[in-house]
Write a protein that binds this ligand. Sequence first.
Ligand SMILES: [Zn+2]
Length: 135
Amino acid sequence: MSNTSSSATTKISSFVLLVIFMALALSLTALVLAVNIFGSNDIAAYYLLLIGFLGMALSAYVLLQTRKRIKRLSIKAPPITTTIECGKCGFKNIREFQRGDYVFKEVDSCQKCNENMLITAIYREVKEKREKTFF
Ligand SMILES: [Zn+2]
């Protein structure tokens, strides 16, 4: 699968992941710092502890949300289908779209009469709308 929507999704997700991991690293730093200054400056330590936990909770939440959204996006992109037809006997073959496919391109020979087959249609398979509401 190499369509544009999935590559865009990966780009967005890797950027979001980077941000989340930076937030996680900062939260961890805050936690380590809090442990280190415990005893010498308790109020600052508590604040850092709070910031650390909040940061971790927030990045975990965002991570879960993003994963959910990516899952939904990848489900929503239906596969592209190529229809191949034999002009002689009318034999029809349907397969997944492959790079380099175009309408009226001659492809492999017919299974029935060995005549060259033509691509007659390229389309996105749209399945019945069965959208569920989760909320
Ligand atoms: Zn044929």
